[in-house]
Design a protein around this ligand. Structure first.
Ligand code: GTP
Ligand code: MG
Length: 194
């Protein structure tokens, strides 16, 4: 749920990077954090000790104002390990847009699917439908020599035909483009529903 700061003339949006354990969510956020150096942003908050939640916020300069308000994006990652379902529910609270980071390792297809199912369940509990929420699916680790077939992954994870793209988060390939896409979709969704 976006919130407006009238004093600073800012609209705040929350984007969550969701996906199975080790799919590359944190790597995406770290890349974006580095890439946006010095652009009116917070420190990156990390709790390495326990569940490795990580977030920061910044104001993307490439986006135009919305009704005279600047936009600030709060980027979060969830811990992917199955064990941390409660944390994922908590982090998803008030989400405006989701980047689902899927792992292209062939042995991770079951984990990808389970994670997508948990996303749907957790959103439904909040009264948000997977069909309607701004969602981008990133097929990550496309550099793996024996990675899963792209069309097979699409069939498995994207029956709704949401926007999707290939990424190599480790090298930053496609990561900023992905953020830019979800940011624009979130702003469009906000404009249509307010
Ligand atoms: N080959 C390859 N490895 C990647 C890529 N992106 C991330 N990794 C590696 O995958 C591992 C997991 O990356 P993380 O970003 O920590 O994954 P995560 O999704 O945050 O994992 P959890 O926090 O456990 O849910 C690390 O060793 C990364 O370096 C990629 O595009 N290609
Ligand atoms: Mg992580």
């Amino acid at each position: 749920m976006s919130f407006i700061n009238y004093q600073n003339k800012e609209i705040n949006f929350k984007i969550v990077y969701y996906g199975p354990a080790q799919s590359g969510k944190t790597t995406c956020l770290e890349y974006l954090f580095e890439k946006t150096k010095g652009k009116s942003k917070s420190k990156m908050i990390q709790q390495e000790s326990n569940e490795r939640t990580l977030f920061f916020d910044f104001m993307p300069l490439f986006l135009s104002d919305v009704d005279g308000f600047k936009t600030r994006f709060h980027l979060y990652t969830v811990p992917g390990q199955v064990l941390y379902e409660d944390s994922r529910k908590l982090i998803l609270k008030g989400v405006d847009g989701i980047v689902f980071v899927a792992d292209s390792s062939v042995d991770q297809m079951e984990a990808n699917l389970r994670s997508m199912e948990s996303l749907q369940t957790n959103l439904t509990e909040q009264g948000i439908s997977l069909e309607k929420v701004p969602l981008l699916i990133q097929y990550n680790k496309r550099d793996l020599p024996l990675g899963a077939n792209l069309e097979a992954m699409r069939k498995l994870l994207n029956p709704l035909k949401k926007p999707d793209s290939e990424t190599v988060a480790l090298k930053g390939v496609g990561v900023f483009e992905g953020f830019s896409r979800i940011a624009k979709d979130v702003i469009r969704d906000y404009a249509e529903n307010t």
